[in-house]
Ligand binder design. Sequence first.
Ligand code: FEO
Length: 410
Amino acid sequence: MPHLPITLAKDIYFVGVFDPDIRTFDIVMRTANGSSYNAYLIKTDEGVIIVDTVKKEFQDDFFLHVEALCSYDAIKYVIIHHIEPDHSGALPELIRRAPHAKVLISPQATMMLKALTNTEEINFETIWTNKQLSLGGKTITFLTTPYLHWPETMSSYVHEDKLLFSGDVFGAHYYDKRLFNDKVGDFSYAFQYYYDHIMRPFQSYVRSALKLYERFDIALIAPLHGPILRDNPQQYIDSYQQWSHKTDNANTGKKVLSIFYLTSYKNTQEMAQMIFEGSESVEGVVANMYDLASIEEQNMMAILEESDGFLIGTPTINADAPKPVWDLLSCLMFLDKQGKCAGAFGSYGWSGEAVDHILARLKALKLRVPPLTPLKIKLIPSEDELQMCFDFGVEFAEILQGKMVEIDLV
Ligand code: FEO
């Protein structure tokens, strides 16, 4: 049974839906407490504004909530902060039912809107930072908050109610029909988990969005998933400030190079040691070594996050890099990789493909991979080869320090 619309502020209602049974979201996220697809409705004397919609399979409940508050003819605008299907699934049907509605989206969402509705005949207008909508005593300022977590994502602020519609920002996959943060159970783990999996790869964009939000006095945050934040919303902004804080290596004046390695017969480890010594000899670079065989994933992520550059040393086993190396690479999905330098090296017995596989993957992930000669050594490094490793460390560290080289970005 659908619940009745819930009031957030004067003439502003929750018309979203609950999904208590979902246990995996977007393939990579576990949702032990289910989730919600939050949508909102603003009623004014001059017409109705719908703020986002819901996943298509839940649209019947969404429409019941809308119908409890207004007729479709009264809908003047539909604001879509984020066009991912969990928020735009009901949009095609909503447009069909609400003939006078104009869809407001960011310019980047235009092509997707057409693909979603499979028509060019859509009544829409694009919005961006500082554009305003005034209707029946509600004034909404739009804010471009891209890559949080898609290119087109937006937020908006309702001045009369000091309400921030934040999109996925400040969201949590946490179903609790009591809905408001002062009523629901402890969802702090879900709030941080959501940040770690959705926002963390875009930390610089989080910082930009927080700067935009700073201009406003925010009494209430209405995100697209999970609890509505009306009790001390500042604490959630503070958490985002803290989590997205840029590691300030400028304090030490040094660039951080992390050298991860995996070793079977200590040959790759020996290479790592010489690379470490070479890079440490460069002023302004601090290097550290980590054995991938015994490092926890959370620690690995923290290290990668604070590194300006990293190197991966891997043996080749059955023509590939062993699993711990790929585990490290899969962590990068959740991190902001912008501007980081990376490279690979390793000792091998027969064919030595692992280093090439890793280099290709690093390039595909858009890391800055300097065009150094691939450092692959057959079995036990000789004295000359150890010197090559030292020199490789020096050169990589110098590049970290700003030495100019041409880097092909795939
Ligand atoms: Fe909640 Fe990015 O969709």
